[in-house]
Design a binder for this molecule. Structure first.
Ligand SMILES: Cc1cc2nc3c(=O)[nH]c(=O)nc-3n(C[C@H](O)[C@H](O)[C@H](O)COP(=O)(O)O)c2cc1C
Length: 518
């Protein structure tokens, strides 16, 4: 009988030296809630998740190191909110931290916390990488051998959330015997947190090769030991030192069931354009495993059946950050048609831009809708400004021959410059409205505002009455008014720079695919 357990790998963004433990806990709480909103029952956090990866720094004042980075009690007043919230949500977690024992020993430790908030199991890292001496000429230190003792608890498994679960930490993943000992105890799940620098301290190694090794190790260890493997990273630049991320969930088949964004996509220029929302910089990766990769039948015990409802992801949109709601909606409602709005501005500069919150909603009267948000500087979009000024506009429809020009016309440019000029499009005067249509477009609707409605802080819906329609010859049968499937080859929007024809998906700007009609 297959059993189902939803597991989230809660990849954490950088924690700098200046970041407080309380700030880290706040971020971990957000990730926990996000994972819970996705239906996860077990969340795997990274290694040393409450602080920066401090072994990269040579520090001589051990009392100060203990105070800033080690946990003498778990939970403490500062870390307890995570345990309380997990209990409230009924969700278990794995988390790594620097442990200071009452006897004065220091370990790189991970714990399994049950959904009742109690600590179920503890593991102390065995394979400590790096060095114990100061390397002043090195770009950074890797002083795990200075700050920690070798773990003394062995490799154990626990019966946890209905599955036999083992724990490892970071560098342990490179050592087959660690997995083998867990597998021989029947491990079905191995949870592992890590902080891996993009650079090898000891010799030059391309970051891509390091990621390659990370992934083949994960896949081969999971496959050879017939276990699910959840490896969760701390990613990004901590005080300027890069860690490669790449959290991954691997099935016992060795297949990657889920993987975080690549190192490249987590880099600084990308982050600069993102809102500072926690979920953007510190995202949870969670996907349901395909049914064929559900947990194998329990090898030890006769367990109950599964509930089909558990396989659904449940999300309260109101509790999600704005950017995530947007991603969900535009990712699910696809493909969307594209309304390519053309207008003159008050100084006679021809403007055009695509809008895929667009559709037609009525034929009597003939109505179409567009929804606008603001430009990145917070100002009103030029198209909307021109629509408001005149009460009129043209919506052009995009086909394969105009796809690239449409995409390029979406770039934000000053009002004094024309997207028509930039893309070589021709403004053709309207028949019923003051604005131009795009001469090259497959079809165009000349519209006047029927009404406009504002939603939230920056959304405005414009409902337009279509006064006049232009269509390129061949697209509409003059007698039957049927639209020709053969001659009309529209483009739909997916998300980002992803689009589709009515046959295939592709990216713009670029070359359109020449797929088979279906
Ligand atoms: C395919 C596509 C669809 C878009 N859909 C919308 C949309 O529905 N609403 C919106 O406000 N912006 C949308 N945009 C962004 C605008 O096209 C972009 O902000 C553009 O610079 C606006 O130009 P303007 O200020 O000249 O009106 C979309 C962009 C692309 C590439």
């Amino acid at each position: 009988m297959a059993r189902h357990l939803k597991i989230a790998a809660a990849q954490l963004g950088p924690l700098h030296k200046a970041d407080s433990r309380a700030a880290a806990v706040k971020r971990l709480l957000n990730l926990l809630r996000e994972a819970h909103s996705m239906g996860a029952k077990f969340v795997v956090f990274p290694e040393l998740a409450f602080t920066t990866f401090f072994p990269r720094w040579w520090m001589e004042d051990q009392a100060e190191v203990d105070h800033r980075y080690f946990e003498a009690t778990m939970p403490s007043a500062e870390t307890r909110p995570l345990f309380d919230e997990a209990k409230r949500l009924g969700i278990g977690f794995y988390i790594g931290y620097a442990e200071l024992t009452p006897q004065g020993q220091r370990f790189n430790t991970a714990i399994l916390v049950g959904p009742d908030g109690s600590i179920v199991g503890k593991y102390r890292k065995v394979h400590l990488p790096g060095h114990a001496d100061h390397k002043p000429k090195a770009a950074f230190q890797h002083l795990e051998k200075k700050y920690f003792e070798v773990g003394d608890l062995g490799f154990r498994v626990w019966r946890y959330l209905g599955a036999i679960t083992g724990m490892l930490i970071c560098n342990d993943r490179r050592w087959p015997e660690a997995f083998r000992v867990l597998a021989l105890q029947g491990a079905e799940i191995v949870a592992l947190g890590f902080n891996t620098p993009s650079e090898n301290l000891h010799y030059p190694e391309p970051p891509a090769l390091r990621v390659h090794h990370h992934l083949i190790m994960a896949q081969s260890m999971a496959f050879q030991n017939a276990t699910w493997l959840i490896e969760t990273a701390k990613a990004g630049y901590e005080d300027g030192f890069r860690m490669f991320g790449h959290s991954v969930i691997v099935a016992p088949t060795g297949e990657i069931a889920a993987k975080s964004q690549t190192e490249e996509r987590g880099n600084l220029p990308q982050l600069r354009h993102r809102p500072r929302g926690e979920s953007e910089e510190h995202h949870v990766q969670f996907r349901r495993a395909p049914a064929s990769r559900a947990l194998p039948a329990d090898r030890r015990a006769d367990r109950g059946g599964s509930d089909a409802r558990e396989r659904l992801m449940e999300l309260e949109l109101a509790s999600l950050p704005h950017k995530e709601r947007y991603k969900l909606l535009i990712g699910l409602v696809i493909p969307r048609p594209i309304g390519w709005v053309s207008t003159w501005n008050e100084n006679g500069v021809a403007n055009c831009a695509p809008f895929s919150f667009f559709n037609c909603i009525s034929e009597d009267p003939p109505l179409c809708i567009l929804s606008f948000n603001n430009r990145t500087d917070g100002a009103m979009k030029h198209s909307l400004k021109n629509i408001h000024r005149t009460g009129e506009y043209v919506v052009n429809l995009v086909d394969e021959s105009t796809a690239n020009a449409m995409h390029i016309s979406s770039y934000e440019i000053p009002e004094t410059e024309s997207e028509f000029a930039k893309t070589g499009l021709t403004p053709v005067p309207g028949v019923r409205v003051k604005h131009p249509r795009i001469g090259e477009a497959a079809a165009a609707f000349e519209c006047k505002i029927e009404r406009s409605i504002k939603f939230g802080p920056e959304r405005e819906l414009v409902i337009g009455e279509i006064l006049h329609l232009h269509a390129r010859e061949g697209i509409v049968d003059p007698v039957t008014k049927r639209v020709s499937e053969e001659h009309y080859r529209p483009i739909g929007r997916l998300f980002g720079n992803r689009y589709c024809t009515t046959r295939q998906r592709f990216e713009l700007p670029g070359t359109l695919p020449h797929g088979q009609d279906s």
